[in-house]
Design a protein around this ligand. Sequence first.
Ligand code: PRT
Ligand code: ZN
Length: 298
Amino acid sequence: MDELRLKLAIQKSGRLTDPSLDLLLRCGLKISRGKDQLMAYGENMPLDVLFVRDDDIPDLVQEDVCDLGLVGRNVLEEKRLELAARGHPARFQPVRTLDFGRCRLALAVPEGTAFEGPRTLRGKRIATTYPFLLENYLRERDVAAEIVTLSGAVEIAPRLGRADLICDLVSTGSTLQANHLREVETVLESHAVLIRTPLGLPPVKDEWVQRLLMRIDGVQQVRESKYIMLHAPRAALGEIRKLLPGSESPTIIPLEGFPDRVAIHAVCRENVFWETLESLKKAGASALLVLPVEKMLA
Ligand code: PRT
Ligand code: ZN
């Protein structure tokens, strides 16, 4: 019955590994994974996890080895362009944007070098590990430059005289700074995405994909969500509802012995700050309580 188990590829060891495993854990998946093991068996779901290099994840879905994958948008879009250049359509679909792996593919020039927009790039040598994304960026801006494709350590290419500037991933910017480079343009905003095969799956598998998607949505909503409880004068209900951040329909409960006051319970889909609590208090609220939300299913 192995063909009825979903296969999901995630990064074996790197920046996406921990947040990917954490997401799956929060979705309720229990896996047993030995060290250096390539595959982990889902004990409580028909879903197995394959641990691979992030660059291989789109290919595994493309070639139907895996049904799902968790990968950076940067890797995905590079692969899509590479496939297109070879005349192949991509056979993976991004189905969810995830709230980790944030970074950007950006152009950076050595400190002290002028940059006046993309036309400055004309005739320049640009080092990158993302030649297709860079080529696409240059083509859209009608700029002819030389792309120097490297497999890593892009940030030292200008110092080694191999390139005039670089196109690389940036998150905090400290690597650029350490290498005396200045970020000048964003080529692509990136974050982790869940991809799936566009192929129709057997109903049992498809049902689990839907369940997983629903759980992922729940997990992501919950991260920011808070449950808030308070007492308030009935007369201030309108004002208080307006103050509750990102809550749709609060529950209003009468308070025994206090005909003019009610209890309000609401799920706020944004963080609740002290300022909000202070405003609520000013509007007449008391007994304010803010709790984290553990799970959510819309
Ligand atoms: O072995 P494998 O091929 O699987 O791993 P890898 O080395 O290719 O990837 P890895 O683990 O470095 O990154 C995996 C994914 O994480 C990337 O494809 C991005 O989608 C995402 N990501 C998020 C990042 C960063 N942030 C990031 N900062 N990937 C790389 N970096 C690099 C950056 O280029 C710089 O060299 O990390 C360094 C530190 O960045 P700063 O700006 O914080 O200094
Ligand atoms: Zn990689």
